[in-house]
Design a protein around this ligand. Sequence first.
Ligand SMILES: CCCCCCC/C=C/C(=O)SCCNC(=O)CCNC(=O)[C@H](O)C(C)(C)COP(=O)(O)OP(=O)(O)OC[C@H]1O[C@@H](n2cnc3c(N)ncnc32)[C@H](O)[C@@H]1OP(=O)(O)O
Length: 729
Amino acid sequence: MRRGRGLHAAGAGPERYQGYGRGLRGISLAVLQALEDGLEKADADPSVKAVMICGENGKFSAGADIRGFSSPNRQGPSLAALVSLIESSKKPVVAAIEGIALGGGLEVALGCHYRVAHVKARMGLPEVTLGLLPGAEGTQRLPRLIGVPAALDMITTGKHISAHEALKLGLVDEVVEANTVEAAMHLANQVIGQPLGPRRLSLRPVPPLPDTDGFLRAARLRVRERARGCLAPELCVQAVRAATELPFSAGVRRERELFVELLSSGQARALQYAFFAERAVRRWSAPGGAASHGAAPRPLRSAAVIGLGTMGRGIVTCLVKANIPVVALEQNLEYLNVGRKAVMLLLEREAKKMEQDAQALDFHNPARLQFTVDFDLLRDVDLVIEAVFEDMALKKEIFHKLSRICKPEALLCTNTSALDIDEIASATSRPEQVIGTHFFSPAHVMRLLEIIYGRHTSPTAIATAMQLARALRKVGVVVGNCFGFVGNRMMFPYVEQAVFLLEEGSRPEEVDQVLEDFGFKIGPFRMSDLAGLDVGWRSRQGQGLTGPSVPAGTPARQRLGRRYSPLPDLLCESGRFGQKSGTGWYRYERAGGRTATPDPGVHSLLAQYRHTHGIRPRHIDQEEILERCLFALINEGFAILAEGIAAGPEHLDVIYINGYGWPRHRGGPMFYAATVGLPRVLARLQHHSQAHPDVPGLRPSAFLEKLVAMGNPPLKEWMSYLSQQSPRL
Ligand SMILES: CCCCCCC/C=C/C(=O)SCCNC(=O)CCNC(=O)[C@H](O)C(C)(C)COP(=O)(O)OP(=O)(O)OC[C@H]1O[C@@H](n2cnc3c(N)ncnc32)[C@H](O)[C@@H]1OP(=O)(O)O
């Protein structure tokens, strides 16, 4: 609720109370105080017959100030008390909901006796995504208004719903296309004198279900399954259960207890950190001095995608969904037809998911989506995304062609997960226009877009790529150019450590279980099977780590002077490529099957391998599995920060949460390291590297050592301890 239009009284002439804070920054104490004062004044003033509450600048409220939850000095009027005050007003109170009513904002609206929403308004209780629950009595009022199933869905998912959905659910009384404030005032005038008792949600019973207990038990299991290890969804279910079992006031007490439990959990802090980290990475800077505030993006009115394999298809789909006309190009008609069919299938599915907006996709219209084998059609596009397979020579050939054909200002993007952006750019006459855009599979689903600048990439190109991320509704993170960039570079030591653990005595399913219990969606071996073991195999062959180019006489477990595990290569040599072939680190019901079963074939392969190399298997406990995998990944993160490849630890965390299945309620790997404490991370790495001196990835990074020596400063200060960042732009 914002200054100027915070609270209006309707009836004997509208009256205005001022002094309300800044809506999108959350409801401040000043807003709470002003609303309380305004309501008391309105109740005491006989000339005021009804009250209308609205926001400023077309936004009702984004809810409580999230930064306030971690402030130790939270004092002043409480939001819950204000909501009760609104509900108990003797004069009808109408909420005029424009823009957004989220969290505490929606709870204020639930305290009102009537709610009018603008047709474009969106409403929700997203507290669960911040590790909390709607603690201003929302878990008690919403089920009374819209019933347990719909309320539980909103509260446990935090999803935003449209005004039309809200009307269908009975959350709002009216949806208007014109002036919401006037419509609310009109309604307020109409209801003057009508009894308010039935409109006070705290006095209503919760609509009964045939088997409320069974419904809530099933819901609890569902949320546990959906958000493994995450507390908030489960406590949300408990709060709604309280609404069904207790009188309103006791339910509110229970809600408060659960809220306090969540607030003091580390998970709320981690989730709120993730919220702000995702916003912080929008402000990018690169070591040469280029930064988001000084760079304007170019318009993105049309795009082309080269290569219609798995990645290209997903990228075309997200461009079409973002309303950007696309030219999709393949090398020959045969591949083009296969790609076209696959893209159309994806778009049909997306259209079905979007239901009423499906028409808007309009993907049968050639002006929106065109398939071709003719490079000439790329002449006028604003943006090209090359998504062919990871072959440097092929990519360079394509970029050479693009630099001859495309208009000079076109942004030339390469979708690569590891290759050198500078080398690709060197094939063009305009390296300042070349940038890496690393999409994650499936590209139309995954939220992350890693944006990699090369030595010559211009600030305008970076700004335009960030704009692309926003248009595609993705989280764009700008990083520097190195092998594997940020995400994959940190992933290598994690997976490598997991494989060393197999050599020493673990089984794939044991390692996966530990990491899945930690909260990863899938462990490293299931993940490798899903991605296809042949992908890494080809890459290692290209690097000369396996295959015929390995010099004769190279020891089986040594490469380039360091320990190497050939286990993944052995699997591939025996035709185990993961899900696609029906066998990998696990066995599947058929080629292309998805149900992983521990495979005795892999167990005997491991036993044989250990025997061949004289390794005596040992029992490896969960703590060692977790520490060696996670701390190796985090250790690489510190090296990346020290090299200036990323502007801060938030970047690494946002990449891991959005692209690699890192559990959001643990805040990202670098936040996790800060939670564990850097001295402990360092001590455990030292311990493991002493125990396994030849295993790579465990020797602590110099930056981690430095931070510990400097007294373990808080995460937001880490970067100030780097003496110098390597200029990369
Ligand atoms: C016993 C004690 C009981 C206490 C009970 C308290 C119960 C109430 C709890 C709550 O209300 S928790 C908050 C619930 N609200 C939210 O989760 C909304 C969060 N915000 C958003 O989802 C989005 O910001 C938006 C509102 C949908 C707008 O998205 P958009 O992309 O347009 O803008 P952003 O870049 O995301 O935001 C702009 C700017 O505003 C900051 N911000 C937004 N909401 C809040 C907030 N609630 N608190 C503090 N700051 C907020 C956001 O960080 C951005 O800041 P900058 O990056 O520009 O600095």
